[in-house]
Design a protein. Structure first.
Length: 448
């Protein structure tokens, strides 16, 4: 048992490299726009308003994720397993997601009423706008996933990047210039989602797919086993990334939530390279033969661990200067929790890459178990740590939880019959460092 053979096609890995690079470049553009959003909400809304804005958008995102029922990823898996065509998968997914979105709007509104009852006078109009914006947000995410499934990663990433860019521009006008505060911030977010949803529809149509919804009960039976598992795992993943913000808001107040939202944003920056690699290889993993898939999983894992280590280290050096400079001196309390959150980047990447890879191979329950375990650990720690240590406790919980999840992943791989390779295959080597550096600079030169 050693390294499985390389893929037969010489073009497979370069193509995957371009896919991941396209996603990463688009994500970097979205990052620049997202920084505008973060800085504007911090500067013009203050820590308290920033906390309310972040929590409103988070709750909307998690309900939108629940509405999708995992059907976008399930479509990619079903198509990879030759159980459905992309057109059939798209038509069925659009129909069911539309119904789920309409049903979930009142649920979202009631969630806002419960969470923001202490600040309802300040948040009710923003909450109403966020509720109305649920449907375009849902379609924006779904269209991006379908474009990625077709390996049109530039188009799929462009939808997400445009959402961030338009939201940032809307914040400039509505919050910075017109002084509309929290309501203006959510209006800018909703308008960004509407325009990005329109772009997503155009790009999907140009890919040769029709947007006509079709209620396809037989397809739902095909997609449901993977869809429910993947959908639940995505929902838990969104919770794992930001659910502790709810604990901070409820236990430590809106100003602390504003500070902690900045720390979470810094931590997310470090995860961009591994997320790009995972998104870029997911459709291919759903189609490759087993041994070629194993080789690709190991290589992506090693590259992702190296990439997140480098980005986390760079961000740790820059954060003490960058955060107060960009967000203002009022956000200096976000520096130390940012550094703590960055410490969780490597274990988070390990559990993400390993479990998502097996989801692409149709073993979706593993991803669900891993993310669910990490989320449960984080929430249990939050109940104690946030009360006692505030946002430092939340940051510690967010870094400890993925350690448990990644340990479980490695344990499953070691015992599984479908992974007959030595665990040393997952250890980065000096050759990986050279290969990753060479490919990075080659991609930079090719786009210069």
């Amino acid at each position: 048992m050693g390294h499985p053979p390389e893929p037969d096609s010489a073009n497979t890995l370069p193509s995957l490299g371009r896919n991941s690079a396209a996603r990463l470049i688009a994500d970097l553009f979205a990052l620049a726009s997202g920084l505008i959003t973060g800085v504007l909400t911090a500067r013009f809304l203050g820590p308290g308003g920033k906390g309310q804005y972040s929590l409103l958008t988070f709750v909307t995102a998690i309900v939108a994720q629940a509405c999708s029922v995992g059907l976008s990823d399930a479509a990619i898996i079903s198509v990879g397993q030759k159980k459905a065509s992309f057109q059939r998968a798209l038509s069925g997914t659009v129909a069911l997601s539309l119904v789920m979105g309409l049903v979930s709007m009142p649920v979202l509104w009631l969630s806002f009423v419960v969470i923001f009852q202490a600040d309802w006078a300040d948040t009710r109009w923003a909450a109403l706008i966020a509720t109305i914006g649920l449907l375009p947000a849902l379609w924006t995410n779904m269209s991006a996933w379908f474009l990625n499934g077709l390996e049109r990663f530039v188009a799929g990433s462009a939808v997400i990047a445009v959402t961030q860019f338009l939201t940032g521009m809307g914040l400039v006008v509505l919050v910075a210039f017109l002084g509309q505060g929290l309501t203006g911030g959510l209006l800018a977010t909703a308008l960004g989602a509407v325009l990005a949803a329109a772009l997503g529809g155009v790009l999907v149509s140009r890919a040769g797919l029709r947007l006509r919804p079709t209620w396809d009960t037989e397809y739902f039976r095909i997609a449901a086993p993977n869809g429910l598992s993947v959908g639940a795992s995505h929902l838990l993943t969104v919770g794992l990334v930001r659910a502790d913000l709810v604990f901070v808001y409820l236990l430590a107040g809106s100003a602390s939530a504003g500070h902690y939202s900045v720390a979470l944003a810094v931590g997310l920056l470090a995860l961009m390279p591994p997320i790009a690699m995972s998104v870029g290889t997911f459709p291919r993993l759903a189609n490759l033969p087993q041994q070629q898939a194993d080789q690709l999983i190991a290589k992506v894992f090693r590259f992702s661990i190296l990439a997140v280590f480098v980005t986390s280290f760079g961000l740790a050096v820059a954060t003490p200067i960058f955060v107060p400079f960009a967000f203002g001196k009022a956000f200096r309390p976000a520096v130390l929790p940012s550094l703590i959150v960055l410490a969780g980047g490597v274990p988070w990447t390990a559990q993400w890459i390993l479990s998502r890879a097996q989801a692409a191979r149709g073993r979706t329950s593993m991803h669900l178990k891993v993310v669910g375990l990490s989320l449960a650990v984080m929430c249990l720690l939050d109940l104690f740590a946030v009360r006692r240590f505030g946002i430092l406790g939340a940051a510690g919980a967010s870094s400890i939880a993925p350690v448990v999840g990644s340990a479980y992943c490695l344990w499953v791989y070691r015992r599984a019959e479908w992974w007959p390779h030595p665990m040393a295959l997952l250890l980065p080597s000096t050759a990986d460092v050279r290969a990753l550096s060479t490919n990075f600079f080659r991609l930079i030169r090719s786009r210069a």
